[in-house]
Design a protein. Sequence first.
Length: 320
Amino acid sequence: MSEDGLYPRLKAYEGRSASASGVGKDPVNEPMIRHWCEVMGDRNPAYEGPDAIAPPTMLQAWTMGGLSGRTGRTGAHDELFALLDGAGFAAVVATDCEQEYLRPLRPGHRITFDSVIETVSPRKTTKLGTGYFVTTRMDIRADGELAGTHRFRILKYAPAAGRRPGPRRPRPVVNRDNAGFWEGVAGHRLLIQRCASCARLRFPWLPGCGACGSAEWDTVEAEGSGTVYSYVVMHHPRFPAFGGADEGPDGGPDGGPDGAGADGGPYAVGLIELAEGVRMVSNVIGVPYDKVRIGMPVRLEFMRADEELELPVFRVAGAG
Protein backbone atom coordinates (compact mmCIF):
# COMPACT_ATOMS: atom_id res chain seq x y z
CA MET A 1 0.00 0.00 0.00
CA SER A 2 1.37 3.41 -0.90
CA GLU A 3 2.01 6.06 1.68
CA ASP A 4 -0.62 8.31 0.12
CA GLY A 5 -3.20 5.58 0.53
CA LEU A 6 -2.30 4.57 4.06
CA TYR A 7 -1.51 7.78 5.92
CA PRO A 8 -4.98 9.38 5.68
CA ARG A 9 -6.44 6.19 7.14
CA LEU A 10 -3.94 6.27 10.00
CA LYS A 11 -4.47 9.96 10.68
CA ALA A 12 -8.20 9.35 11.04
CA TYR A 13 -7.41 7.65 14.36
CA GLU A 14 -6.03 10.85 15.89
CA GLY A 15 -8.27 11.99 18.70
CA ARG A 16 -9.94 8.60 19.15
CA SER A 17 -10.10 7.10 22.62
CA ALA A 18 -7.56 4.39 23.47
CA SER A 19 -9.00 3.75 26.94
CA ALA A 20 -11.85 5.34 28.85
CA SER A 21 -12.86 5.66 32.49
CA GLY A 22 -9.89 3.74 33.84
CA VAL A 23 -9.61 3.46 37.61
CA GLY A 24 -6.37 2.84 39.49
CA LYS A 25 -6.43 -0.48 41.31
CA ASP A 26 -5.21 1.18 44.51
CA PRO A 27 -5.39 4.71 45.85
CA VAL A 28 -2.11 6.56 46.26
CA ASN A 29 -0.59 4.93 49.35
CA GLU A 30 2.46 5.12 51.59
CA PRO A 31 3.74 1.52 51.11
CA MET A 32 4.02 1.93 47.32
CA ILE A 33 5.72 5.30 47.77
CA ARG A 34 8.18 3.77 50.24
CA HIS A 35 8.96 0.81 47.97
CA TRP A 36 9.52 3.11 44.99
CA CYS A 37 11.87 5.37 46.98
CA GLU A 38 13.82 2.43 48.38
CA VAL A 39 14.38 0.95 44.92
CA MET A 40 15.34 4.32 43.44
CA GLY A 41 17.50 5.31 46.41
CA ASP A 42 15.51 8.56 46.73
CA ARG A 43 15.69 9.93 50.29
CA ASN A 44 13.87 13.19 49.68
CA PRO A 45 12.00 14.04 52.93
CA ALA A 46 9.02 15.29 50.90
CA TYR A 47 8.05 11.64 50.35
CA GLU A 48 7.83 10.79 54.07
CA GLY A 49 5.76 11.80 57.07
CA PRO A 50 2.20 13.05 57.56
CA ASP A 51 2.40 15.56 54.69
CA ALA A 52 4.06 13.16 52.25
CA ILE A 53 3.56 13.44 48.52
CA ALA A 54 4.26 10.77 45.93
CA PRO A 55 7.36 11.15 43.74
CA PRO A 56 6.11 12.85 40.55
CA THR A 57 7.74 10.23 38.34
CA MET A 58 5.38 7.62 39.86
CA LEU A 59 2.56 9.24 37.85
CA GLN A 60 2.00 6.30 35.51
CA ALA A 61 2.52 3.70 38.25
CA TRP A 62 -0.89 4.43 39.76
CA THR A 63 -2.60 3.53 36.46
CA MET A 64 -0.93 0.18 35.87
CA GLY A 65 -3.01 -2.97 35.91
CA GLY A 66 -0.38 -5.38 37.23
CA LEU A 67 -0.23 -9.01 36.17
CA SER A 68 -4.01 -9.29 35.90
CA GLY A 69 -4.18 -6.37 33.48
CA ARG A 70 -6.81 -3.68 33.35
CA THR A 71 -10.12 -3.15 31.62
CA GLY A 72 -11.42 -0.20 29.66
CA ARG A 73 -9.24 -0.24 26.55
CA THR A 74 -11.21 0.66 23.43
CA GLY A 75 -11.01 -0.99 20.03
CA ALA A 76 -9.41 2.01 18.29
CA HIS A 77 -5.92 1.19 19.56
CA ASP A 78 -6.14 -2.43 18.37
CA GLU A 79 -7.65 -1.37 15.04
CA LEU A 80 -4.81 1.08 14.39
CA PHE A 81 -2.15 -1.52 15.16
CA ALA A 82 -3.93 -4.13 13.02
CA LEU A 83 -3.99 -1.67 10.11
CA LEU A 84 -0.25 -1.03 10.46
CA ASP A 85 0.50 -4.74 10.83
CA GLY A 86 -1.49 -5.55 7.71
CA ALA A 87 0.42 -2.92 5.73
CA GLY A 88 3.76 -4.52 6.66
CA PHE A 89 4.70 -2.27 9.60
CA ALA A 90 4.60 -5.09 12.13
CA ALA A 91 7.75 -4.37 14.16
CA VAL A 92 7.47 -2.05 17.15
CA VAL A 93 9.90 -0.21 19.42
CA ALA A 94 9.24 2.28 22.22
CA THR A 95 11.00 5.56 21.50
CA ASP A 96 10.31 7.96 24.37
CA CYS A 97 7.81 9.18 26.94
CA GLU A 98 6.97 12.60 28.37
CA GLN A 99 5.29 13.45 31.66
CA GLU A 100 3.75 16.71 32.81
CA TYR A 101 2.95 17.20 36.51
CA LEU A 102 0.11 19.56 37.41
CA ARG A 103 -0.56 18.81 41.10
CA PRO A 104 1.07 16.63 43.78
CA LEU A 105 -0.39 13.21 44.51
CA ARG A 106 -0.93 12.39 48.19
CA PRO A 107 -1.86 9.20 50.05
CA GLY A 108 -5.59 8.61 49.76
CA HIS A 109 -6.05 10.15 46.32
CA ARG A 110 -8.15 7.95 44.05
CA ILE A 111 -6.74 7.80 40.53
CA THR A 112 -8.79 7.79 37.32
CA PHE A 113 -7.52 8.15 33.77
CA ASP A 114 -8.41 8.29 30.09
CA SER A 115 -6.12 7.94 27.09
CA VAL A 116 -6.35 9.05 23.50
CA ILE A 117 -4.40 8.40 20.29
CA GLU A 118 -2.92 11.87 20.06
CA THR A 119 -0.85 11.82 16.87
CA VAL A 120 0.25 9.53 14.05
CA SER A 121 3.25 10.89 12.15
CA PRO A 122 3.76 10.82 8.39
CA ARG A 123 5.94 7.95 7.25
CA LYS A 124 9.51 8.30 8.54
CA THR A 125 12.72 6.49 7.62
CA THR A 126 14.99 5.58 10.54
CA LYS A 127 18.01 3.35 11.04
CA LEU A 128 15.67 0.58 12.15
CA GLY A 129 13.43 0.91 9.11
CA THR A 130 10.52 2.88 7.69
CA GLY A 131 7.33 3.40 9.65
CA TYR A 132 5.06 5.66 11.65
CA PHE A 133 5.41 7.19 15.12
CA VAL A 134 2.25 6.79 17.21
CA THR A 135 1.81 8.94 20.33
CA THR A 136 -0.74 8.10 23.01
CA ARG A 137 -1.63 10.66 25.68
CA MET A 138 -3.02 9.63 29.05
CA ASP A 139 -4.73 12.20 31.28
CA ILE A 140 -4.47 11.20 34.93
CA ARG A 141 -6.81 12.62 37.59
CA ALA A 142 -6.67 12.59 41.37
CA ASP A 143 -10.09 12.71 43.02
CA GLY A 144 -11.46 14.05 39.75
CA GLU A 145 -8.91 16.85 39.23
CA LEU A 146 -6.30 16.67 36.47
CA ALA A 147 -2.97 15.74 38.10
CA GLY A 148 -0.77 15.15 35.08
CA THR A 149 -0.36 13.80 31.57
CA HIS A 150 1.73 10.92 30.28
CA ARG A 151 2.65 10.71 26.59
CA PHE A 152 4.07 7.45 25.26
CA ARG A 153 5.51 7.24 21.75
CA ILE A 154 6.29 4.11 19.73
CA LEU A 155 7.51 3.45 16.21
CA LYS A 156 5.61 0.87 14.15
CA TYR A 157 7.95 0.01 11.30
CA ALA A 158 9.07 -2.39 8.59
CA PRO A 159 12.70 -3.41 9.34
CA ALA A 160 15.27 -1.99 6.95
CA ALA A 161 16.61 -4.38 4.32
CA GLY A 162 20.08 -5.69 4.95
CA ARG A 163 20.01 -5.29 8.73
CA ARG A 164 21.76 -7.93 10.76
CA PRO A 165 19.41 -10.91 11.08
CA GLY A 166 17.85 -11.70 14.39
CA PRO A 167 16.43 -9.42 17.09
CA ARG A 168 18.48 -6.54 18.47
CA ARG A 169 18.44 -5.00 21.89
CA PRO A 170 16.12 -1.99 22.10
CA ARG A 171 18.03 1.28 21.86
CA PRO A 172 18.28 3.35 25.05
CA VAL A 173 16.62 6.75 24.89
CA VAL A 174 19.46 9.29 24.93
CA ASN A 175 18.52 12.88 25.76
CA ARG A 176 20.13 16.02 27.13
CA ASP A 177 19.78 14.77 30.70
CA ASN A 178 21.63 11.44 30.24
CA ALA A 179 23.82 11.91 27.16
CA GLY A 180 26.94 12.23 29.33
CA PHE A 181 26.26 8.84 30.92
CA TRP A 182 26.12 7.09 27.52
CA GLU A 183 29.22 8.93 26.33
CA GLY A 184 30.97 7.52 29.39
CA VAL A 185 29.75 4.00 28.63
CA ALA A 186 31.09 4.29 25.08
CA GLY A 187 34.49 5.02 26.64
CA HIS A 188 34.13 2.16 29.16
CA ARG A 189 33.56 4.54 32.07
CA LEU A 190 30.59 4.37 34.44
CA LEU A 191 29.91 7.98 35.45
CA ILE A 192 27.85 9.02 38.47
CA GLN A 193 26.43 12.50 38.88
CA ARG A 194 27.59 14.54 41.89
CA CYS A 195 25.74 17.64 43.07
CA ALA A 196 28.02 20.68 42.90
CA SER A 197 26.24 22.22 45.89
CA CYS A 198 25.82 19.46 48.48
CA ALA A 199 28.13 16.80 46.89
CA ARG A 200 25.47 14.09 47.04
CA LEU A 201 25.88 11.36 44.42
CA ARG A 202 22.86 10.38 42.37
CA PHE A 203 21.90 7.68 39.90
CA PRO A 204 20.13 7.48 37.50
CA TRP A 205 21.10 10.80 35.97
CA LEU A 206 18.69 13.65 36.68
CA PRO A 207 18.62 17.36 35.77
CA GLY A 208 18.64 18.46 39.42
CA CYS A 209 19.57 17.31 42.90
CA GLY A 210 16.79 15.61 44.83
CA ALA A 211 18.34 16.64 48.14
CA CYS A 212 19.00 20.37 47.73
CA GLY A 213 17.46 21.20 44.35
CA SER A 214 20.65 22.47 42.75
CA ALA A 215 20.88 22.16 38.96
CA GLU A 216 24.69 22.28 39.01
CA TRP A 217 26.65 19.03 38.94
CA ASP A 218 29.80 17.24 37.88
CA THR A 219 30.65 13.53 37.69
CA VAL A 220 32.76 10.92 39.41
CA GLU A 221 33.81 7.64 37.81
CA ALA A 222 32.59 4.49 39.55
CA GLU A 223 35.37 2.27 40.82
CA GLY A 224 33.47 -0.72 39.43
CA SER A 225 32.78 -2.96 42.41
CA GLY A 226 29.42 -3.55 44.03
CA THR A 227 27.01 -6.09 45.49
CA VAL A 228 23.65 -7.52 44.46
CA TYR A 229 21.18 -5.50 46.52
CA SER A 230 18.16 -7.27 45.01
CA TYR A 231 17.30 -9.14 41.81
CA VAL A 232 14.56 -10.70 39.72
CA VAL A 233 14.67 -13.55 37.22
CA MET A 234 12.90 -12.90 33.93
CA HIS A 235 11.10 -16.08 32.83
CA HIS A 236 8.25 -14.83 30.64
CA PRO A 237 7.67 -13.43 28.13
CA ARG A 238 10.85 -14.44 26.32
CA PHE A 239 12.69 -11.84 24.27
CA PRO A 240 15.39 -13.35 22.03
CA ALA A 241 17.22 -9.99 21.97
CA PHE A 242 17.98 -10.57 25.67
CA GLY A 243 19.03 -14.15 25.08
CA GLY A 244 22.42 -14.12 26.78
CA ALA A 245 24.87 -12.06 28.71
CA ASP A 246 28.22 -12.78 27.05
CA GLU A 247 29.38 -12.49 23.47
CA GLY A 248 29.81 -15.54 21.37
CA PRO A 249 32.25 -15.82 18.46
CA ASP A 250 29.83 -13.98 16.15
CA GLY A 251 29.61 -10.94 18.44
CA GLY A 252 26.18 -11.95 19.71
CA PRO A 253 25.15 -13.51 23.02
CA ASP A 254 26.46 -17.02 23.40
CA GLY A 255 23.67 -18.36 25.58
CA GLY A 256 26.20 -20.07 27.81
CA PRO A 257 26.25 -20.42 31.60
CA ASP A 258 26.44 -16.66 32.08
CA GLY A 259 22.82 -16.02 31.19
CA ALA A 260 19.88 -17.13 29.15
CA GLY A 261 19.74 -19.40 26.18
CA ALA A 262 19.41 -18.06 22.67
CA ASP A 263 15.59 -18.19 22.93
CA GLY A 264 15.61 -15.30 25.36
CA GLY A 265 15.13 -16.64 28.85
CA PRO A 266 15.43 -16.91 31.72
CA TYR A 267 18.01 -14.32 32.85
CA ALA A 268 18.81 -12.37 36.02
CA VAL A 269 18.29 -8.63 36.37
CA GLY A 270 19.96 -7.15 39.43
CA LEU A 271 19.68 -3.97 41.46
CA ILE A 272 23.38 -3.37 42.06
CA GLU A 273 24.62 -1.27 44.96
CA LEU A 274 27.89 0.29 43.85
CA ALA A 275 30.79 0.89 46.22
CA GLU A 276 30.01 4.61 45.94
CA GLY A 277 26.59 4.04 47.54
CA VAL A 278 24.23 4.52 44.58
CA ARG A 279 22.24 1.73 42.93
CA MET A 280 21.62 0.84 39.30
CA VAL A 281 19.76 -1.87 37.40
CA SER A 282 21.67 -4.17 35.06
CA ASN A 283 22.23 -7.80 34.15
CA VAL A 284 24.06 -10.10 36.55
CA ILE A 285 26.36 -12.46 34.64
CA GLY A 286 29.00 -15.06 35.34
CA VAL A 287 26.76 -17.65 37.00
CA PRO A 288 23.50 -19.35 35.98
CA TYR A 289 20.46 -17.20 36.65
CA ASP A 290 19.25 -19.48 39.47
CA LYS A 291 22.56 -19.09 41.35
CA VAL A 292 22.33 -15.32 41.78
CA ARG A 293 21.93 -14.30 45.44
CA ILE A 294 21.50 -11.07 47.37
CA GLY A 295 24.83 -9.87 48.73
CA MET A 296 26.95 -11.41 45.99
CA PRO A 297 29.98 -9.27 45.14
CA VAL A 298 30.05 -8.21 41.50
CA ARG A 299 32.40 -6.34 39.20
CA LEU A 300 31.58 -3.95 36.36
CA GLU A 301 32.13 -5.04 32.76
CA PHE A 302 31.05 -3.61 29.42
CA MET A 303 29.17 -5.96 27.12
CA ARG A 304 28.91 -5.40 23.39
CA ALA A 305 25.26 -6.13 22.58
CA ASP A 306 25.71 -5.52 18.84
CA GLU A 307 27.86 -3.51 16.45
CA GLU A 308 26.39 -0.22 17.70
CA LEU A 309 25.61 -0.75 21.37
CA GLU A 310 27.63 -1.45 24.51
CA LEU A 311 26.07 -1.82 27.94
CA PRO A 312 27.37 -1.92 31.52
CA VAL A 313 26.77 -5.30 33.17
CA PHE A 314 28.01 -6.90 36.41
CA ARG A 315 29.89 -10.18 36.65
CA VAL A 316 29.82 -12.15 39.88
CA ALA A 317 33.24 -11.82 41.47
CA GLY A 318 35.46 -14.81 40.74
CA ALA A 319 33.22 -16.12 37.93
CA GLY A 320 34.73 -16.56 34.51
